[in-house]
Design a protein around this ligand. Structure first.
Ligand SMILES: Nc1ncnc2c1ncn2[C@@H]1O[C@H](COP(=O)(O)OP(=O)(O)O)[C@@H](O)[C@H]1O
Ligand SMILES: [Mg+2]
Length: 263
């Protein structure tokens, strides 16, 4: 469904944020894009959703194709029309608008019947939002705000849903609820998902396949279960030693710069 080939992205003329990235997201699949801060993950997502130019970035090489059509130079609203919808890093809700208003913004391309139908689905997925629809979004907890951000994306009826670090700043139990919702969305709607995460263990438990980025390049890529079992991935990204016990942070950091994987 989504095919990225030898993608290069620069900001200004100086920063090469993505150097050579190839990645496939098949229809109905869940693919995780992992990597440390600054690896280039959000930049890839911005290029797919058409907001890269607004941030001073441009595709300097390679291509991104969605169902065979190139996304180079696409505008954000055209991406949404094609069914590409993102839940941005940091949620980006309108804090003073109500939950219902934030959700309806996501459905701007949809008719009233479709919006009502999707709203019912969102409330079924996230019951805590039911009695908070008329509350200002800024007054909700972090977990509830992430639910609204995901709900707003669903209102657009995405075909490809992309999430940028949905677990950031959330308690583990809330992260579990968000990830369970993603699993349901794939199961019930056949939704295709590209998930950016720093929480690699959660992401690898949900995804079919994963790509690990480092310095704008692919550091590792493969089936999620295989990556989760790989000793180097476990040490570097999951903070686990082979026995499954948590490495101390100093040990993990000391190991990190020396670890390299074949593409
Ligand atoms: N708008 C921007 N202008 C210039 N450089 C940027 C911009 N956004 C990101 N970068 C740089 O691009 C690199 C990748 O950033 P990003 O894609 O946000 O990484 P990640 O999401 O993996 O943390 C970093 O070096 C970052 O400083
Ligand atoms: Mg990011």
């Amino acid at each position: 469904m989504l095919r990225i080939e030898h993608l290069r992205i620069t900001y200004g003329n100086a920063v090469e944020a993505v150097r050579d990235l190839s990645l496939d997201v098949p229809a109905g699949g869940i693919v995780a894009l992992l990597g440390a801060n600054g690896a280039g993950k959000s930049t890839v997502l911005k290029a797919i959703s058409g907001v890269l130019a607004a941030e001073g970035g441009r595709i300097a090489g390679g291509d991104i194709a969605f169902e065979g059509a190139s996304l180079r130079g696409i505008r954000a609203d055209d991406a949404v029309r094609r069914g590409i919808v993102q839940v941005p890093e940091g949620r980006r809700l309108f804090a003073r608008l109500t939950v219902a208003e934030n959700l309806s913004i996501g459905g701007f391309l949809r008719g009233a019947a479709e919006r009502a139908d999707t709203l019912a689905r969102i409330l079924d997925l996230f019951p805590p939002l039911t009695d908070k629809l008329s509350r200002a979004a800024g007054l909700l907890s972090g977990g509830e705000q992430q639910m609204v951000a995901l709900g707003r994306a669903l209102m657009a009826r995405p075909r490809l849903l992309m999430l940028d670090e949905p677990s950031l700043g959330l308690a583990p139990v809330i992260t579990g609820e968000i990830f369970a919702a993603l699993a349901r969305l794939r199961g019930e709607l056949g939704l295709t998902i590209l998930l950016i995460e720093q929480n690699a263990s959660r992401a690898l438990a949900l995804a079919d396949r994963a790509t690990v980025m480092e310095g704008g390049r692919v550091a590792a890529s493969g089936a999620a279960a295989a990556l989760a079992a790989d000793p180097m991935i476990r040490a570097h990204y999951l903070g686990l030693s082979d026995s499954g016990t948590r490495r101390n942070v100093r040990e993990a950091v000391a190991l990190a710069p020396r670890v390299r994987w074949p593409a």
